[in-house]
Design a protein. Sequence first.
Length: 417
Amino acid sequence: MKNKKTRRFKIRYIVFGLLGVMALAALVFMRFGGLGTGENVNPEEFLAYAEPVENITVPESAKIIALGEATHGNAEFQQLKLEVFKLMVKNNGVRAFALEGDYGGCEQVNRYIHGGEGTAQEAAAAIGFSIYRTEEMAELISYMRQYNESALEGEDLRFYGFDMQRLSYSMRFLKESCKELEVDTTNLQKLVEGENWSSECDLSTRTETLTQVKKELESKNGSENAIHFVDILMQHSELQTLTNDDGATLRNQFMAENVQWILQQEQRNGHEKIFVTGHNSHVAKWGSFDSMGKLLSKDAANGYYVIGTDFYKTHCNMPTRSPEKRTIQVFYSHDPLAKAAKLAGFDICWLDFTKVPENSELGRQASEYTYMGTLGESYSIIMRLLPPSYRMFQPPAELYDSMIFVTDANPTKILEE
């Protein structure tokens, strides 16, 4: 009888032990996105080619210089916008900063940096996305305003947006321009209710009205900016009718068109280069879908050059399913290059793929399909169970011309409106 009880206890201990091991393994997996933090290339070889961010150089032929961000919720990636932009202003003659943000909202920022009223924080809030309502963005805006206070004529900095997901500022500035150019705005007024399209006006009505306004503006001198407000509103209107993949594809197409418009504007003003920044998924020049960067890189005349980013570990500020609440979550990219940066002792560094020998371990890894972190503006517990949902599996050197690696990325703090 004792033997039977002993055997039962042993079996229970074994079962509980196995369950405990499985539970621990599950916790480790959910924490790290695997049973560890991934592979790495030789840190010593990485150290031989990695450089400080202040050493970033781009080819003279580059006209659209893009900086990606692996997440929207980390302070370091926002700080890099300012740091790299300063380098482009100093070394490459760039005078335009273009952001993955609402075009009309960014025009409000542009007016602020040219002496407009308010504060840098209020200007940042006008961009239209909470991810930019941060001290880091306010600092960038303040730098541009201060620069312009002493800039020579024609050498001032300009702030653009190339997104079209907001309505209010673009409509406000369009109506303002129409009044200045003596174009009737009666029908425009009927299209909106507050900050949204009127429920009484469908897509065809909006398109017809905006097309008529554009036609009238085209007959006026000095109406180019006003016409672009019309184009942005038409993009916004069309985008509202699509969902998911179709909407994402069309948005990238529109953003590519808007970036080219910005480049043309700058070139008319005597400046051949612009600086563009947005999520890695938009600026990447290669991939399985037509991203903005992929579309721009197809035209050699754009001189497209892109710097991607990644993290080894991130504490990322992300929204939950409730739009009023955000959460800070820890993720590991499993990027062998980012882990090598960590092991090499870097907090942050830049790697130019053109300087890495193709036949080296580092060169081969950069050209092979590799896990990299990619976090957008959403969080779900499912991400803990499915690590590919917050990673991409692509060849880094195909996506980007160079990359910046942040070892431990810290969360942004969203400022109150």
